[in-house]
Design a protein. Structure first.
Ligand code: SF4
Length: 313
């Protein structure tokens, strides 16, 4: 099956950083890691191409080559998602959609023309999709019915499908889910409140694959809360440190974490030793009553300014 993955364009916002990216001569901050993971979960004998529309347009040759189109994106990408689905359908191509937007709002009008909706986490629903194809079905909706997959069997993402030079950082994922319960957060809806992690060996194998592909810049650990499972994060960090030491520290890391990172000196030291250079903290607001209303109570336990000072010290 000749499969064309299309990652829709993001609208220009604060988070698209286009002016900063111009300065560092890159087109996009981060790659579509989810699509690389989906590609790794599909039969490897399939031919695959991936076009990130934030990097470039899909060429006519790529449209002509494709036998199937897979499109995935977040809510902010929904307009271009609809455009790309329409372009594929104009060419008579079957279209499968997945990812956070489709999973959270599968009946959204932007997805009306999609033939297959592969919802939730692909480790569970991609095999259902493949079985439907084998049965000759031409439409379908596949959900995990609330089940969450064990990610210790998730294969190394197909980073080789990316145009690596276009990106400022590469992405890897160690965990999915977060133990907290912030009222506004879709992470716990999509991935649950029990963080599931890969094994340290899996994550290190992903780093090695990126290294073998020639990557030598920064890595963003896309976990929504890297310290959601502290025990497993502490099993991973020494292995990253050793891997880095043996290769002369080819990567620097950034990630996201809850502000209670400030209470864990060991974790901060281990992250520093593995060469984590920045961490994105969800502060949201210093107003305690707003934090309580939003159920972000972990940010009310200690003064936020003192916590940030400890993390940046
Ligand atoms: S700490 Fe972050 S990831 Fe966890 S529930 Fe709150 S906003 Fe979501």
């Amino acid at each position: 099956m000749r499969t064309l993955f299309i990652y829709p364009e993001f609208p220009k916002t604060f988070w698209s950083y286009e002016k900063i990216l111009e300065l560092v001569n890159r087109k996009v901050l981060l790659p579509p890691l989810g699509m690389c993971t989906v590609a790794a979960l599909l039969p490897q004998e399939w031919e695959m191409k991936l076009v990130d529309r934030n990097v470039r347009e899909v060429t006519e040759a790529e449209w002509d080559w494709a036998e199937m189109v897979i499109i995935s994106g977040m809510i902010v990408q929904k307009d271009d998602m609809a455009v790309q689905i329409g372009r594929a359908k104009e060419r008579g191509l079957p279209v499968a959609v997945g990812g956070p937007f489709a999973s959270s709002t599968p009946d959204a009008p932007e997805l009306d023309q999609a033939d297959f909706k592969i919802l939730d986490e692909g480790e569970i629903t991609l095999p259902m999709f493949l079985e439907a194809l084998e049965r000759g079905e031409t439409t379908g909706r596949f959900t995990s019915e609330g089940d969450k997959p064990d990610v210790t069997a998730t294969p190394i993402p197909r980073f080789d499908l990316l145009e690596l030079d276009a990106y400022d950082s590469m992405s890897v994922q160690f965990s999915r889910g977060c133990p907290f319960n912030c009222e506004f957060c879709d992470i716990i809806v999509l991935y649950g409140r029990k963080p599931r992690t890969k094994t340290p060996e899996q994550l290190v194998a992903e780093l090695q694959y990126l290294y073998d592909l020639g990557w030598r810049r920064s890595i963003f650990l896309v976990d929504d809360n890297f310290i959601g499972n502290k025990r497993n994060a502490k099993l991973l960090l020494p292995q990253i440190r050793t891997w880095q030491e043996e290769r002369g520290y080819p990567f620097s890391f950034a990630t996201e974490a809850s502000v209670d990172l400030a209470d864990d000196e060991d974790m901060m030291r281990m992250m520093h030793d593995a060469r984590f250079e920045s961490v994105f903290l969800g502060i949201e607001t210093p107003d305690e009553s707003s934090l309580e209303t939003a159920r972000k109570v972990q940010n009310t336990r200690n003064p936020l300014d003192a916590a940030v000072d400890r993390i940046t010290a």
